[in-house]
Design a protein around this ligand. Structure first.
Ligand code: ADP
Length: 397
């Protein structure tokens, strides 16, 4: 059983082909700069063969054709016939209120994903293009949509409603949706396995800290709150996003600077966060390096980043009436041990104890708290693609 997982962005497509018998990735790669100059595909196989193809790739259709050709290639390929691909799993950003779990894509599902394009304008249209192109190139193969939002649809109204006039929720479905759901679902489930306890009996705080960052409170196997909102802009300090701010700042800055709402939106999404405060980079490695060399703004940026996480963890422990485990994942969560140390030390008053040596791990699954810690702490590398492949497999079986 082989499943192709597709993550289709505005000018990129990432792919992984899974052999579900052993749950291994037989090949993976990515296409970049679709529709721009210098487009290319990078591909690697399970047994270490790598290739790069530089070619004009004008649209997603050509991109997906090319990646299938590479999967079939005599030298770099891993399948001999297109029929070896049993199904395709697609990452879809926004599933609105309707999609509470992954679904097999039919005409109706496609239409609803299209309707949610206004909620996820930067992603849903491209996710949809990926789905439509795959349907043409792999006719008759089941296609499954796995949504970033669906894990969070279990939140109660007190967590998902904004205190705006209720009519905006009724008319436009303005509410907290939350994102990174596939990642929070994967790491929180994996955490329960590592603790050898039933998922439904645990209170877990999942910290997905990458360029985009969010936290989820998972109580008794269900998400009860998360830091991202209607869009991925709310919540934590991120690489280039501001996260929580006083909404009145928007009008204030727009008037002072004489800028449009589009420009303001761009400032909050692309020019804020670690980049905005440090003035150096959105990449935490660059900011850390500068902070170590004494750059004050870089130091402040990291302090803000960690402090916001500490506040959210505190709030979610209160919301759940306690916590059994905290999980760190994604680029920063998996790799930046200094960030984890700084966060956990600030939570020491709760009886959480970090094993400082165990914490000096990068990109490895590991428990990093001491045996007497009141709340257990784990590093769990995320695997959204595997989760998509598993959902796809479950739905087509
Ligand atoms: P996204 O998927 O949201 O683009 P990632 O999960 O790849 O983001 O995380 C990107 C962040 O992770 C960057 O800030 C980067 O500095 C950090 N990061 C990635 N790898 C490492 C590493 N090996 N050591 C330290 N930081 C890392």
């Amino acid at each position: 059983m082989k499943i192709l997982v597709i993550n289709s962005g505005s000018s990129s497509i990432k792919y992984q082909l899974f052999d579900m018998v052993k749950e291994i990735v037989v090949a993976k790669g990515g296409i970049q700069r679709i529709g721009i100059d210098n487009s290319f595909l990078e591909h690697e196989t399970h047994d270490g063969k790598e290739t790069r193809i530089d070619r004009d790739i004008p649209d997603h259709g050509e991109g997906i054709k090319l990646l299938i050709d590479v999967l079939l290639d005599k030298e770099y390929g891993v399948i001999s016939n297109i029929d070896e691909i049993d199904a395709v799993g697609h990452r879809v950003l926004h599933g609105g209120e309707k999609f509470t779990e992954s679904v097999i894509i039919d005409k109706e599902v496609e239409k609803t994903i299209e309707e949610y394009c206004d909620l996820g304008p930067l992603h849903n249209p491209h996710n949809l293009t990926g789905i439509r192109v795959c349907k043409k190139i792999l006719p008759g193969k089941p296609q499954v949509a796995v949504f970033d939002t669906s894990f969070h649809t279990t939140m109660p109204p007190k967590a998902f409603l904004y205190a705006l006039p209720f009519e905006y929720y009724e008319k436009y479905k303005v509410k907290r949706y939350g994102f990174h759901g596939t990642s929070h679902r994967y790491v929180s489930r994996r955490c329960a396995q590592l603790m050898d306890k039933p998922y439904e009996e645990l209170k877990i705080i999942s910290c997905h800290l990458g360029n985009g960052a969010s936290i989820a409170a998972v109580a008794n196997g269900k998400c009860i709150d998360t830091s991202m909102g209607l869009t991925p802009l709310e919540g934590l300090v991120m690489g280039t996003r501001c996260g929580d701010i006083d909404p009145a700042i928007i009008k204030f800055i727009m008037e002072k600077e004489g800028i449009s709402i589009e420009e303001m939106d761009k400032i909050m999404n692309k020019k804020s966060g670690l980049l905005g405060i440090s003035g150096i980079s959105n990449d935490s490695r660059d900011v850390s390096e500068a902070a170590k060399n004494g750059n004050k703004r870089a130091q402040m940026a990291l302090e803000l980043f960690d402090y916001r996480i500490v506040k959210y963890i505190g709030a979610y422990i209160a919301a759940m009436g306690g916590a059994d485990a905290i999980v760190f994942t994604a680029g920063i969560g998996e790799n930046q041990w200094e960030t984890r140390e700084n966060i956990i030390e600030q939570l020491g008053f709760l009886g959480i104890k970090l094993d400082k040596e165990a914490n000096k791990v990068r990109g490895e699954e590991k428990e990093i708290s001491t045996p007497d810690s009141k709340i257990r702490v784990f590093v769990i590398p995320t695997n959204e693609e595997l989760m998509i492949a598993r959902d796809t497999m479950a739905l087509i079986s």
